[in-house]
Design a binder for this molecule. Structure first.
Ligand SMILES: CC(C)(COP(=O)(O)OP(=O)(O)OC[C@H]1O[C@@H](n2cnc3c(N)ncnc32)[C@H](O)[C@@H]1OP(=O)(O)O)[C@@H](O)C(=O)NCCC(=O)NCCS
Length: 163
């Protein structure tokens, strides 16, 4: 389904997405090797288990190249609360609205699945200031901060949007 005049958003996960996600997430320069492994594992879980994995994906492509993606799912043992597990846009196309588009598409899907709250977590490090600005620009409230969560001096910052 075309959701803009430029980019195809795709929700079906294909085997080749595992490597494409690994490359995209790795190239952002934002994530550790362990985090990159997790990003790929979530794709593999989805391929293996389908919807029972709890992971939903939206891929943005142009000319068969993966430009960005979102991964989200219902938080187990909650009522209508969803987590945005991953959101990444390749460096070359950042600042052009793709992140906003992917997030809006994820929120629409979450709404249609009955979701009421969306949570996104990120780091307090300076490198993630653009990420925090992005969530704020997209209507997310900074609702919590867990000191030294990721490492000493690296807090977890929690954002939430009520749909
Ligand atoms: C965060 C990320 C997904 C944003 O995607 P993007 O396509 O660059 O963002 P958009 O172009 O849709 O920006 C939407 C809004 O966010 C804000 N924003 C985006 N990048 C920003 C930056 N570098 N500095 C300040 N604000 C920024 C702007 O207000 C922008 O709105 P505008 O275009 O109307 O001014 C992308 O930068 C990314 O992949 N970063 C690295 C990985 C990451 O941090 N992922 C988040 C999970 S931890």
């Amino acid at each position: 389904m075309f959701e803009t005049d430029r980019r195809l958003l795709r929700r079906t996960v294909r085997p080749e997405d595992a490597a494409a996600v690994r490359e995209l997430v790795g190239a952002t320069g934002f994530f550790s090797p362990a985090e990159i492994n997790v990003a790929e594992e979530l794709v593999l879980d989805r391929l293996r288990l389908g919807a029972a994995s709890g992971y939903e994906f939206i891929f943005a492509e142009q000319d068969d190249r993966l430009n960005g993606y979102a991964c989200f799912g219902e938080i187990p043992c909650t009522s209508r609360r969803y987590d945005l597990y991953w959101l990444a846009v390749e460096q070359e196309v950042r600042g052009q609205g793709l992140g906003r588009q992917l997030l809006a598409a994820a929120e629409n899907d979450i709404r249609s699945m009955g979701g009421a709250h969306v949570y996104a977590e990120t780091s307090s490090r300076d490198q993630y200031l653009p990420t925090r600005r992005f969530y704020e620009a997209c209507g997310y409230d900074n609702i919590a901060r867990l000191a030294d969560f990721y490492a000493a001096g690296d807090d977890k910052v929690v954002y939430r949007k009520i749909l």
